[in-house]
Design a protein around this ligand. Structure first.
Ligand code: HEM
Ligand code: HEM
Length: 178
């Protein structure tokens, strides 16, 4: 199996990045979702810390994946419907755009509110903004709204994959699998 994509299928690097990111993104989404409701205390702070570090790691992986997509060919769509193919391409690019928004707004929000983000206790991320309540409030709203747009896209994306696999019975899902 080749490392790079071919016009027919995704390569090993794209496949690994796709599935590792899918798992880590859904994990971080779930953590973000439950952590706000926890009582203040050590457990809540640890989960916040983990959520932020994971978010920064995800930002790195997303940039890497976008870079890999841009320097690589993308397999030609299995279906031959021009409109569906355009929507599919639009959704794929929207993922990158919305995920950069989710991660950058999270980073800005945390920095504006509590100062530089500690990455898994290893080092501090640069403070991209100064401490400021207004910036923090706006970035928080953006983080929350963009994360819900992201999860709606995932639902659409998964329904499309299931439709291809079980109804159209084509190889769309198989060529993203190992
Ligand atoms: C792709 C990665 C990320 C996902 C999927 C994600 C998801 C979420 C979700 C679902 C929430 C709860 C929203 C709500 O209350 O309805 C949340 C909250 C939060 N996120 Fe993220 N997040 C990500 C990245 C980040 C990053 C990079 C940071 C900071 C470095 C961050 C910091 C926060 C903070 C501090 C909150 C708490 C908001 C509050 O209730 O005060 N997130 N995130
Ligand atoms: C957090 C979750 C996910 C994200 C962010 C995501 C994102 C993407 C993106 C951006 C692409 C385009 C290829 C690329 O740029 O590398 C893609 C392709 C694909 N994804 Fe996902 N995905 C997620 C989860 C899933 C899940 C759960 C499934 C299956 C049930 C799935 C099935 C597929 C398939 C079959 C393709 C290939 C589509 C084609 O050939 O046109 N994805 N995904």
């Amino acid at each position: 199996m080749s490392l790079k994509n071919t016009s027919d299928s995704y390569g090993l690097i794209s496949k690994n990045l796709h599935w590792i990111l899918a798992i880590l993104l859904l994990l971080n989404f779930s953590l973000g979702f439950v952590m706000g409701g926890l009582e203040r205390g050590p457990l809540r702070s640890s989960i916040f810390h983990f959520h932020k570090s994971m978010g920064i790691l995800l930002l790195g992986l997303i940039v890497l994946r976008l870079f890999w997509r841009l320097i690589n060919i993308t397999p030609v769509p299995v279906a031959h419907n021009l409109i569906i193919n355009k929507i599919s391409k639009f959704v794929h690019y929207s993922f990158y755009f919305i995920l950069l928004t989710v991660t950058l707004s999270g980073w800005i929000y945390s920095t504006a509110r509590a100062g530089p983000v500690d990455f898994f206790g290893l080092f501090y991320m640069p403070a991209i903004v100064e401490k400021n309540d207004l910036i923090g409030q706006v970035a928080k709203e953006i983080h929350i709204y963009s994360v819900y747009i992201f999860i709606s896209l995932v639902v659409l994306h998964v329904i499309a994959s299931i439709y291809h696999h079980f109804f159209l019975k084509d190889k769309t899902l198989k060529r993203m699998w190992f």
